[in-house]
Design a protein around this ligand. Structure first.
Ligand code: UD2
Length: 315
């Protein structure tokens, strides 16, 4: 008996997909994770229904037998972060390009039903036009962005050359409970939340007028499962935006968070970060049409839920 597989399933987004699969009726889920950034705590309350395989996607021989025969592989295992890929490009290249190739190859050779690849909105780079639509040419500004574009192209080529069903989803700045705030490469909202609860100012890189389409983690997890179920003739080999369609600047978000908490803390400002994209906003037309994308959580609601989670976890 073979179950859905989530690579990177002990991570922040991966574990949300595991929970969504179980909630939607999967009997068990297999997780492939090297636990470098993933954590077993992220799977704690569902551990009895998860088979955790502590292996690295860079090791083809280790992952191939695990993937063989699976109905679906959600491929999230990666070294994320734009700035980390600039300061330390070798590991991110090896995980994000070589590792992704290994997953696609193992899926194709092992007869996997479909691969859903976690790509990134960073693929677009800076564009004149907003929102960003899938028909725009990719314009990566960092090794990380390029690596995600390469993964998408591998997905399309494994589909056209070998008939593997693949769908790439460009995640737009995912946030929510369980996002680890402890590294300098952590997502900005996890950093903002913890700074706010500690009553210390965050450092904003640049003028704070950069904007992002922040997408709640459960909405992304739901979309991933829809991408698995959508008709192959429509979606296979394709790339879709996985965003909300809105955008907020960092200055606005810090002000909103301070308002929710009833405090007034002025942020610090530092130099703009290398490889940073200025504005990011998804055109969701194709995802709504082909995948039935229907995000449920407004940004304000998502901020409140996430803040409550950090408050409880800091206690
Ligand atoms: C990129 C991708 C995103 C996802 C993510 C994975 C874009 C537009 N988005 O997110 O889709 O793939 O990579 O890591 O490329 N910042 C601060 N202070 C801090 C931390 C961050 O000002 O303490 C700024 C940062 O300079 C950037 C914004 O916040 O302008 C968001 O940064 P991030 O690291 O949360 O995510 P980002 O946009 O690099």
């Amino acid at each position: 008996m073979s179950y859905p597989i989530v690579t990177g399933g002990a991570g922040f987004i991966g574990s949300a997909i595991v929970r969504a699969l179980l909630a939607q009726g999967a009997e068990r889920v297999s997780v492939v994770d090297n636990l470098l950034s993933g954590k077993t705590e992220n799977l704690a309350e569902i551990a009895d229904r998860v088979d955790l395989h502590r292996v690295d996607i860079r090791d083809y021989n280790a992952i191939a037998p695990l993937l063989a025969g699976a109905p679906v592989v959600f491929h999230l295992a990666a070294i994320p972060s734009v700035p980390r890929s600039i300061t330390d490009p070798v590991p991110s290249h090896q995980s994000n390009i070589d590792g992704t190739f290994n997953v696609m190859r193992a899926a194709q050779e092992g007869g996997v039903g479909r691969v859903i690849f976690a790509s990134s909105s960073s693929a677009y780079g800076d564009t004149e036009v907003l929102p960003k639509v899938e028909t725009m040419l990719p314009n990566p500004k960092s090794p990380y962005a390029l690596q995600k574009v390469a993964g998408e192209y591998y997905g399309s080529v494994f589909h056209s050359c070998y008939g593997l069903e693949t769908v790439s989803l460009r995640y737009f700045n995912v946030y929510g409970p369980r996002q680890d705030p402890s590294s300098p490469y952590s997502g900005v909202l996890s950093i903002f939340m913890t700074k706010l609860l500690e009553r210390t100012p965050p450092t904003i890189f640049g003028d704070g007028e950069q904007s992002r389409d922040f997408t709640y983690v459960e909405d992304v997890a739901g979309l991933c499962i829809k991408a698995w179920k959508a008709p192959a003739s429509v979606v296979s080999g394709k790339v879709y935006n996985a965003g909300n369609g809105g955008r907020f600047t960092l200055n606005e978000i810090w002000r909103t968070l301070c308002k929710i908490e009833g405090v007034d803390i002025k942020p610090l400002y530092g130099p703009e970060r290398a490889g940073d994209v200025k504005h990011s906003q998804a055109d969701t037309t194709a995802a709504v049409r082909d995948l039935g994308h229907a995000p449920q959580i407004s940004f304000e609601e998502g901020l409140r839920r996430t803040l409550e989670w950090y408050r409880a976890s800091l206690r």
